[in-house]
Design a protein. Structure first.
Length: 89
């Protein structure tokens, strides 16, 4: 992801990495600290700079699984619906 971001502005990867590390620490301390994603309630949503991180909590294994990190201004519900359709095939 950082390689992709470096194609925009030199400071973008560093800024994203800082925001991501901050969100990761918060997830480690309190994975329930962010709200359930209203369009797809199987996910929780964390905001990481200009991005939305979708994740699931596995209580049984005491794990957090990051599913996607997507630009917040993209049509996230549509992208997730397309993924579900592909998974059904």
């Amino acid at each position: 992801m950082l390689d992709y971001l470096s194609s925009f502005y030199p400071s973008t990867p560093r800024k994203f990495d800082w925001e991501f590390q901050k969100a990761k620490r918060r997830l480690e301390d309190n994975p329930y600290g962010w709200s359930v994603y209203h369009d797809f309630p199987t996910y929780r949503r964390a905001i990481v700079g200009k991005y939305t991180m979708l994740y699931k909590i596995d209580d049984e294994r005491h794990e957090v699984h990051i599913h996607r990190i997507i630009r917040s201004n993209w049509d996230i519900p549509n992208l997730l619906q397309q993924e579900e359709k592909l998974g059904d095939e």
